[in-house]
Structures are given as C-alpha cells and as structure tokens.
Design a protein around this ligand. Sequence first.
Ligand code: EPU
Length: 421
Amino acid sequence: MARYEIIGGAPLSGEVTVSGAKNAAVAILPATILVSGLCRIENVPNISDVRILLDILRGMGARVEYETENTVLIDCSMVSSTCPDGEKVKKMRASYYLMGALLGRHGKAHVALPGGCNFASRPIDQHIKGFWALGADVEETSEYVDLKPGENGLQGNTISLDVVSVGATVNIMLAAVLIPGQTIIENAAKEPHIVDLANFLNTMGAKISGAGTDTVKIRGVDSLNGGTYAIIPDQIEAGTYMAAAVATGGNVLVKNVIPRHMKSISIKLQEMGARILEYDDCIRVIAGGKLRSTTVKTRPYPGFPTDMQAQICVCMAMAGGVSRLTESVYETRFFGYISELESMGADIVVSGKTAIVTGKPKLYGATVTAKDLRAGAALIIAGLSAEGTTYVKDIHYVERGYENIIQKLTALGATIRRIED
Ligand code: EPU
C-alpha cells in the first residue's frame, strides 16, 4: 500500500508535458490483435492499465517489446489464444476490448468480465447488442462473455446504439474491421480516442469513415498490415493539470495538447476567472485571482467530460458563490470523492444528479481515500490547494491513468511525495 503526502499552498508554476491518451492506448493496444505484422506504437503512456494490457497480450502469445519508455513494438501475428488470462482481465475496465478484437480476428473469444473503476453501474449490453448484430452467438454469465460465430457467420450490419457509449463504439469497430460487408454504427460516441482508434486502424489498412461524428462506417477488409502510429495526447490528463493550475492560483504551460479537444474545459475555467492562452500544441493557464462560481453539466464529447467532473468540483469548492455541477453520464460518480472533499472543508450538497457547491475561502489538509482514478486526481488537486498536509490513500487508482504524476507536479513546484507503507 502506498499513499501520497502533499503539503499544500504553493501555486503551480512552470511547464508540464502531457502523456499519450490512456483511453486511446487501451483501445489501440488490443486493436493490434487485428494486425498481421509489427505495430510500432509511439506516445504510449507508462501507466499501470497499459502495463496490464501488454502483459495480457504477452500471455496470449504476442511479442511485446519496449523500444523506449513510451514506444512499444507489438506483433500479434502469433496470437492464437482467444481466452486471455481472467485474473488480469479483471484488473481493469478496458480489457473488454479484447472481446471485439478477438471476435474480429479469430471469430471467437472467451473473456472474463472486466474490473476497473466501479464508480457506477457500468453495463455492457450495448457491446453485446453489437456483437450479436454482427452475427455472433453470445453467452454472457456473471463471470465471462463467450463469443462465437452464429449460424450464418459474421457479417457487417447496422447498429444503432441506445446510449452513446465509448466502449460499445470501440468494441463494435474492433469486431467489424475484418469481417465481410459494411458495418454502420449509429449514435456512436465522438470522443477523440474514437477518432484515434480509427486513425490507427486506417493506418494499418482498415476502411473506417465518420469517426468523430455520430455515424461511423466500417467496410470490412481481408487483413491489416503493420506500421507506426503515435497516440494522441491525453485530454483528461491535460485538463487535470489545467484545473490544478487554476485551483492553486498558478501559471502553467501545458504542453503536448490538442487545444480543440480542450474547448469545453477551457471555457469553464475561463468562466471561473482563469486566462487561457491557446497555441498550436500547448495551452497556458493563468489563474486570475479569486475564482468565480460556474455551472457545469457533463456530457459525451464535445461536451464537458465526466472524467473532469471531480477536478472542476475542487475549483468550485474554492470559488466565490454557489456553483452547480450536474452529472449526466454516471449519476453515482459524485460519491467517489465528495465526502473526502467535505473532510477537507468543502461545502457540497448532492441533490439527484446535481452537486451544489458553495465555495469556501480555503480547504484544509486531511487524510483522504481515492475511490477511483479521477476522484484520486481531484483529491491531489485539493491537497495541492489546501492549507496544511494531505495524505491521499489508495493511490493505485491514480497510477492507472497518470504517468509520472509525482515528477510532473514536483517540477511545477508542488511538494508531493509517494510513501510506501
Ligand atoms: N452504457 C450502457 N450500456 C453499455 C455501455 C454503456 O448503458 O453497454 C452507459 C453507461 O452506464 C454510461 C454511458 O452509457 O452511463 C456511457 O458509458 P461509456 O460506455 O461511454 O463508458 P465506458 O466506455 O465504460 C469510457 C472511459 C471512461 C469514461 C467514459 C465516458 C475508457 C476505457 N473509459 O468508459 O473513462 O468515463 O467512457 O466518457 O475509455 C476514466 O478514464 O477515468 C474513465 C472512467
């Protein structure tokens, strides 16, 4: 067990470079199963979710080598297993992408149900609906999903998602790339990582159009060949450092970002009083004195991301006036961190899908527990902004998604260290 010790109060200042996007990496790495040849993937974040996935691929017979800390060589040509290690699969959420990739490549898969951040009920009915529409026979138990070709084999089809789901959009894309005919996903998710996955697959020879709109079309091809691809920067990691700069009253240049991906976050931080200066691939965030209250509603991309809900809540907790924060993707996500922020002096009342946050002049250091990845990131921001010392426990959640967070924050002037208990 390890925890972070944070001595708060110093405004963050300097430069931070954002890593490759976690949620793109965890889709692209399983996608290499579809490729006959060597994939050289650059800008891969060195985080525990990625390490687990690479371990699962290795266990299935893939050749996986690190060329540098963030460039990985993967050759899945020799992968014949369609049953990844259940214990490892259960350690993370995105391991469910192995279902789509194995179904697409080998026509069958036997994959344990995933684990990961359980801040809400996270059903996979839309994934299953997609596999079924593509002609798979699906057996789902409380332990695993088993997929095999149905009577008429696998074939492209049109699937209209009942909810906008990142995971279902990715899984259906993976399953459809190598099967005959055209697959159309209607009401698809539009997140930057969906586009990144499509760009990766197209670079390897797939025929996918419309990624980034709500209709994605996939024309099945016979095979994908190897190649080199660089993962996009992480929108949420960038947003987390932007929020940390604002909450601590700092001035930070956030490098290696795609400013267009940051719009919904930049706008809200501006409304709270920050100055945001956009350049080609970086953003400067300058906190502008006393923060002002604002209203935020989370939505699928291009809306304000649910994965930034907790971080902006910390800014709201120290703003003048009353802010309203409404969650429309995962209703129960508030419960991962609000009681912890309250123990630091925040005044937050949750009413249905909305948290009403009455700003306080200060937060105070406390011992708090990270209950999921983004909740953990928010508690770190709160600790950096608070008076006194904060201990954040259960940091394994944070380490699933933030590369070198201690080094990056220390370089910005934060006093934070990891303590092994
Ligand atoms: N949903 C269903 N049925 C499904 C799938 C989803 O009802 O079959 C519902 C969910 O319950 C939720 C909504 O649809 O209310 C959206 O869920 P989605 O499927 O988009 O979420 P996900 O794919 O499980 C990804 C990210 C999450 C992020 C959400 C929303 C990955 C690996 N995870 O999850 O990221 O919160 O999209 O943007 O891409 C994180 O990075 O901390 C994280 C949790």
